[in-house]
Design a protein around this ligand. Structure first.
Ligand code: ZN
Length: 393
């Protein structure tokens, strides 16, 4: 078992940990520890909200969650000898929940506080708690469903350079300003409230808190990609933008459906992750991995082979308007079609929505050329249900 290099006490907020992690991206957040290439190590992680969500039946903690706090990350890890232009190779060796804390949560965020993919249909907060038994999970809030999880970090990434950080902040601010009063906002721009920045103090803390990018979107550094297949056995090739790469990880999920559509998100959990790091010198230019990470999924997946697949096309159901090859809209329609079907099995809309967010459902862009309709699908494994879910005569 690799040595634990980043220890977490679940009863304390991130800034009071032995070594505080961070919840912003900035090159000047000090590293928590350093390792040589070829080393494996364990990082313990809080859940992404820093422990704001409780294992109970009341969704008010989802409704009232302080999103300025997210995502609390473990790290950064400085990898000796790694420089900008290199590729950082990261192997995800293993992931698990803490003994005695074998549970996680899924939430639908309220429109006024985060929102979600189907925010118009589901504007109110809702929560489901999921209990883990080995690789399986069930929820007292979503009966009749049991599945094997594919544990993965929702968020893993390296630090941006100062130049890259400025680019992010400028382009995201420009988008936000196209509709500054929109609820939820179009992008989360820097916000010093509730910032945690490792061991930084005083004037340095204030500066970095004002400049640091929020961790919400995926970006060139990886970040919050929420790729459900980035599970144990996966290898990631990160472009490196600063000395030491400064790798951070968090937002562990027990399981997630493609798209993480409820926003909070998959099954969110606290836990541990074992990583191994290595370097390919000069790899960014050599392999043209300069814009975003590349990864190779691991060989361990639940063996679901039977699916019920729902299609969606790029026609807005609210006004019947035809859109041009809009995959976002087509995926939304596929999700809505799946939810309407699941409701005929006795689920509430919220329960159906949460099944799509948590179970290992497969999302696809199937057609993106057949003008004017994009075709997207969402495939639900039929074997996760305790009964036959197919249409009957
Ligand atoms: Zn998450």
């Amino acid at each position: 078992m690799p040595k634990t290099m980043f220890k977490i006490d679940l009863s304390k907020p991130m800034e009071e940990q032995l070594h505080p992690g961070h919840n912003r991206w900035h090159p000047d957040i000090p590293a928590a520890f350093s390792v040589d290439p070829g080393t494996s190590f364990r990082l313990e992680c809080k859940d992404w909200t820093d422990g704001q969500i409780k294992n109970d039946d009341n969704p008010n903690d989802i409704r009232d969650v302080n999103l300025a706090r997210v995502h609390v990350l473990s790290g950064p890890v400085y990898v000796n000898g790694v420089e900008p232009g290199d590729l950082l190779v990261v192997d995800i060796l293993d992931i698990g929940a803490f003994q005695g804390d074998e549970w996680g949560f899924n939430g639908i965020f309220a429109r006024e506080n985060g929102g979600s993919f189907l925010v118009d249909e589901f504007p109110e907060a809702a929560k489901s708690i999921w209990d883990f038994e080995g690789i399986y999970t069930t929820s007292r809030h979503v009966p009749g469903v049991k599945f094997a999880g594919i544990m993965h970090p929702g968020l893993i990434g390296v630090a941006p350079s100062m130049e890259l950080l400025q680019k992010w902040n400028e382009r995201e601010k420009a988008l936000r300003e196209t509709d500054p009063n929109r609820v939820p906002e179009l992008a989360t721009t820097p916000n010093p409230e509730a910032a945690v920045l490792g061991t930084l103090k005083g004037a340095e803390f204030d500066r970095v808190a004002k400049e640091g990018a929020r961790t919400v979107p995926p970006r060139e550094n990886g970040g919050n990609c929420d790729i459900k297949n980035l599970s144990k056995g996966s290898r990631i090739y990160f472009p490196v933008f600063v000395k030491g790469a400064k790798l951070s990880v968090g937002d562990l999920h027990f399981s997630q459906g493609d798209g993480e559509i409820t926003f909070c998100g998959g099954i969110e959990m606290a836990g541990w992750i074992d990583l191994k790091v290595d370097v390919i010198k000069g790899g960014m230019e050599k392999y043209k991995i300069t814009e975003n990470p590349v990864f190779k999924p691991g060989p361990v997946d639940p063996h679901y082979s039977d699916y019920l697949v729902f299609e969606g096309i790029s026609v807005d159901e609210r006004n019947g308007k035809q859109h041009y090859l809009d995959a976002n809209l087509a995926y939304r329609r596929a999700c809505l079609n799946a939810i309407e079907y699941l409701k005929t099995l006795g689920y509430t809309g919220e329960q159906a929505y949460m099944i799509l967010g948590t179970a290992p459902v497969e999302g696809r862009i199937n057609g993106i050329v057949d003008i004017p309709n994009a075709c997207c699908t969402i495939a639900i494994p039929t074997q996760i249900f305790d009964k036959d879910i197919l249409p009957k005569k």
